[in-house]
Design a protein around this ligand. Structure first.
Ligand SMILES: *[C@@H]1O[C@H](CO)[C@@H](O)[C@H](O)[C@H]1NC(C)=O
Ligand SMILES: *[C@@H]1O[C@H](CO)[C@@H](O)[C@H](O)[C@H]1NC(C)=O
Ligand SMILES: *[C@@H]1O[C@H](CO)[C@@H](O)[C@H](O)[C@H]1NC(C)=O
Ligand SMILES: *[C@@H]1O[C@H](CO)[C@@H](O)[C@H](O)[C@H]1NC(C)=O
Ligand SMILES: *[C@@H]1O[C@H](CO)[C@@H](O)[C@H](O)[C@H]1NC(C)=O
Ligand SMILES: *[C@@H]1O[C@H](CO)[C@@H](O)[C@H](O)[C@H]1NC(C)=O
Ligand SMILES: *[C@@H]1O[C@H](CO)[C@@H](O)[C@H](O)[C@H]1NC(C)=O
Length: 554
């Protein structure tokens, strides 16, 4: 009750009227810049990272709980007047719950001229840096977030990944994130959502930052812009205290990105190094440069972060049990720096994009991801069809226990596992490598069962598997034949809603837990058995393939 009263008062005080999120002009990408669609004025981000109790760097987080920052209208009402004091026109949110209602916050934000960029993952459902996959569970999560936010005109777009490559040995993960970019862009187009909605990636400031930027923007073969990002976020903490253009490396970054084809902005900034404990006193002297002579190349930035957390980056503290906020010194210094800047606005009509897509980095000592082929497009329907069409399926949901079975089956005959292999470095992907772990295991267990001439005990796996009568459901025949008996054909693009049209899938529930992702990790290792290439293509493999063909013809 107290909360509602306090908020009503805040709303009155700030004069925020209930308004529709349709009344705001949307933002589009054109060349290297963002523009308002209503009048063609260039748009610079003055953003704030806005999510309480959330560590975006928490790559090993095992908790799946998070607080959706766009689902609490009262909190938005409390914060917006303060956000406006620091000239905020963008919020970056890291994890939203697609099942929640966002109308209240989004309408309030729209009437305050505040836009949103949302990450598509959440702590337990995102592309893992060390064991990357792009699968049905992730696809359904990401498209679910897009479904829930696409109607708001003040959404600029989405991040398909945030710092998923965070050390030198994780560059292979970039292929899976780029596959997510491709599929989410494709989804936005297929669903006829607003075409100005973009998809980007937010990179950590890691040694492979240049390769990453080129990899995500490159357009190999005839891919056009179907796989490349629409904008590039750069999380940077290199201007600490009263640094300068040269020693912060901002100057070098401007040089690098001056030839970049899409908008670049700081997706997180605001180093607080050297300040121990308590609220910090960041001078934010980088603001003058970011909105000064960097504006030809950078589209502004997003300060890290609104709420105070363990890292001591917060701009405000919550008071009175969260009923009100109180600015920290950082808030005040940021405010005075932003008050001084007047970035030079370019009109869209006076601007001609000059930069073309960069070359893709080649695989070598410092880069481990092929730009083509990418991991196959995720098609939930295909996985459901595949499972229905099997004679031996997995009945256990204990994904922790799958690893040994994957290892056993793939060691028995590497051909059994061709359909689920995924190696971004060699560019080798099975058509079913985008299915969830349970469905992948069912696929290879069935291969094994057929390879064993359907001996009853060959479909058991300690009670985890059992025989079913295979059926080809309506609409499945063409999908299955596109992929082929060996599970290596091209996967047709999904056409339906992300979560609809999936029936009979063993694992496509979308309710992934962090433990289920661990199980998936083990099968990433399974391909080790056949990385050395078709050495075992003997009579046995031919027999297995023949049996499978027979099975599919049923
Ligand atoms: C263009 O429209 C935006 C959004 O309504 C507004 O904020 C901006 O000031 C306008 N620019 C000009 C030059 O009128
Ligand atoms: C990268 O190195 C770390 C530390 O040695 C290791 O834990 C991790 O599994 C490695 N990741 C990959 C993808 O090899
Ligand atoms: C990968 O990116 C997603 C989506 O932005 C994010 O939610 C997740 O935390 C990132 N995962 C890792 C391991 O960094
Ligand atoms: C996130 O990680 C980057 C390095 O990847 C580091 O520079 C930065 O300080 C971290 N940010 C936070 C808020 O911990
Ligand atoms: C992508 O390419 C298509 C076709 O060439 C074009 O119509 C569209 O505007 C491009 N999208 C972006 C964001 O550049
Ligand atoms: C941009 O401004 C900074 C700080 O005033 C200055 O050091 C730098 O030389 C300028 N860079 C360019 C390209 O003008
Ligand atoms: C991919 O294949 C290469 C070359 O065979 C191998 O060195 C690498 O370990 C494989 N990667 C994974 C994740 O299995």
């Amino acid at each position: 009750m107290w909360k509602k009263v306090a908020c009503a008062a805040a709303a009155l005080a700030s004069g925020v009227a209930a308004a529709s999120y349709d009344d705001i002009a949307d933002i589009e990408v054109y060349g290297q810049h963002f523009f308002y669609t209503n009048n063609g004025s260039q748009f610079f981000m003055k953003g704030v990272a806005y999510q309480q109790n959330y560590s975006p760097n928490g790559s090993t987080s095992t908790t799946s709980s998070y607080t959706d920052p766009l689902a609490d209208g009262d909190a938005c009402r409390r914060d917006i007047p303060y956000l406006k004091q620091i000239f905020t026109n963008v919020l970056r949110v890291y994890a939203v719950d697609p099942t929640k209602d966002h109308d209240d916050c989004m309408a309030q934000l729209a009437s305050a001229d505040i836009y949103v960029i949302a990450d598509l993952g959440e702590p337990s459902t995102s592309i893992r840096s060390d064991d990357p996959e792009w699968d049905v569970t992730l696809y359904q999560r990401y498209t679910g977030v897009i479904d829930s936010l696409s109607k708001y005109k003040n959404v600029i777009g989405f991040f398909a990944g945030n710092e998923n490559v965070s050390s030198d040995n994780q560059t292979a993960a970039a292929a899976f994130v780029k596959a997510a970019v491709r599929d989410t862009k494709g989804y936005i187009a297929n669903q006829n959502y607003r075409s100005s909605l973009g998809v980007g990636y937010a990179t950590a400031d890691v040694p492979s930052r240049d390769e990453l930027a080129h990899y995500f923007a490159c357009q190999p073969g005839d891919a056009g812009n179907k796989t490349s990002i629409d904008f590039w976020g750069y999380n940077v903490y290199s201007w600490c205290g009263d640094s300068n253009y040269a020693s912060s490396s901002y100057g070098e970054r401007v040089d690098f990105f001056s030839s970049y084809p899409v908008p670049v902005f700081f997706a997180e900034y605001g180093c607080n190094v050297g300040i121990d404990g308590g609220p910090t006193h960041r001078p934010f002297t980088e603001v003058e440069v970011l909105y000064g002579n960097m504006t030809n190349v950078f589209s502004g930035g997003i300060v890290y972060e609104w709420f105070m957390g363990d890292n001591n980056f917060g701009l405000v503290s919550l008071e009175n049990n969260g009923a009100s906020v109180s600015p920290y010194p950082d808030f005040t210094s940021l405010q005075s720096q932003l008050a001084k800047v007047t970035p030079t606005i370019t009109q869209r009509s006076a601007y001609t994009p000059a930069n073309s897509a960069p070359a893709c980095p080649s695989v070598g000592a410092s880069w481990a991801a092929q730009a083509s082929p990418l991991p196959p497009t995720v098609n939930p329907q295909l996985c459901a069809c595949m499972v229905q069409d099997l004679q031996c399926v997995i009945t256990s949901n204990d994904e922790e226990s799958y690893a040994a079975d994957f290892d056993y089956i793939c060691a028995e005959n590497e051909d059994y596992c061709k359909g689920i292999t995924h190696n971004a470095t060699t560019g080798t992907f099975g058509s079913y490598s985008g299915c969830d772990p349970k469905d992948q295991l069912a696929y290879v267990a069935n291969q094994y069962y057929i390879g064993q001439k359907r001996r009853a005990d060959a479909c058991d796996f300690s009670g985890k598997a059992s025989i079913q009568s295979a059926s080809t459901a309506a609409g499945c025949a063409s999908l299955l034949s596109a992929v082929g008996a060996s599970g290596t054909g091209a996967v047709p693009t999904a056409t339906g809603k992300g979560t609809a049209g999936v029936s009979g899938s063993g694992g496509g529930s979308g309710a992934a837990s962090s433990t289920s992702k661990k199980a998936a990790a083990s099968n990433v290792n399974a391909p080790a058995f056949f990385e050395h290439g078709g050495l075992v293509m003997g009579a046995y493999a031919v027999l297995a393939a023949g049996s499978l063909l027979g099975m599919l013809a049923l």
